[in-house]
Write a protein that binds this ligand. Sequence first.
Ligand SMILES: Cc1ncc(COP(=O)(O)O)c(C=O)c1O
Length: 433
Amino acid sequence: MTSDALLARDAQYIWHPFTQVGMPSPMLAIIRGEKEFLYDQTGKSYIDAISSWWVNLHGHAHPLIAAAISRQAQVLEHSIFAGCTHEPAVDLAETLINYGTKPFAKVFFSDNGSTAVEVGLKLALQYWFNKSLPDARPQRTKILALEGAYHGDTFGAMAVGARSLFNEPFHELLFDVTFLPTPIAENRQKISAALSRLNFSEYAAIIYEPLLQGAGGMIMHDQEILSEMLLTCREHGVLLLADEVLTGFGRTGKVFASEYFSFMPDLMALSKGITGGFLPLGATLVTQNIEQEFRSPNHSKTFFHGHSYTGSPLACAAANASFKILMTSETQQNIQAIGEAHKDVIPELALVSAIKNLRTVGTVLAMEIETGVGPASGSYTHKIKDVLYQKFISEGVLLRPLGNTLYILPPFCIMKESLDKVYQSIVKVVRSL
Ligand SMILES: Cc1ncc(COP(=O)(O)O)c(C=O)c1O
């Protein structure tokens, strides 16, 4: 089948995510992927410089992960996860719990980043509910979040995200959340003022994307300010819920961004890179302290939550294989090398006058493109977004700006030549605007 025929059928039947239905927009027909490349039907390659929505870690169609899924599929594709268990899920949970300083005691599996967040929010709220039983109503029923946050598209996840165009039709239906200023240097005073006004005893948890707020515009935090903010919350009994859906599995240089801090969160939501980008899977990790409040014969304390594909053996098999690859010295060196390359290229990119606010953390490099077309920054619908996207596609590079925020977030296996090509394409494309 030709690409044109496929695209025509796609246009007839499919409603794509974050895409205006009925408005013709360019669509690539992807036939296969290998390493950092995606290929269309004509054989043209595209460097996947955004790891396909931040999920891919080790390159496309990685043979070890593909083989692990294939082996698993021939033994057990799925079984109900209430009352049944299986080795891939137990192996994965054991790996995640035993990693690093071992702050966590249990893993609750779900299907994606939004559900991993929902589970984290519900567990945090029910922790306080359970604590208040049998006599009282829980006092801590509110959630703190960060301005500009994005935690997913289900209702709870939307509620703890910034109110924006993305969730405008639902604003009235989203539960009330207190948003704290983003932890960056210029907000230091505002943060102290906001914290001093809080009645902490009303709050169950604070949810935050540690160090890097992705969809909100690749905002990079001041680690010290975020650390102080979180410790203040913790001192007042507020649980820390780290959303590491994006930052987890190496993106910020360490396996988890939370490892940059002198303390670990009480709950951690994981997804995206967990399976190396092969299959959807969510995981919410909790400490013993949280789990303890659910250990009871009292059914009111049960966590009544589950998804049909919870703990999918195929997804867990992929995750186990991916984690092994992540921990190899080769991958760890690649992660460091990408970080170094980003730092090294900043002075060259800074020479392009329309490139502003260059910043990097781990394997992520971000910048704003300011050309005088449209507002200086901000909106996701900024006109420059589609222009940049198309120009990069012509260059054979897949970069999908968030408004006028351009970022590189590559698979860890990306070759030096490919990374250089991405940098050079940015210089060429931005200069051509
Ligand atoms: C930090 C963060 N949390 C949660 C999500 C939601 O994940 P999913 O798209 O898998 O539902 C995303 C997605 O971009 C994210 O970046």
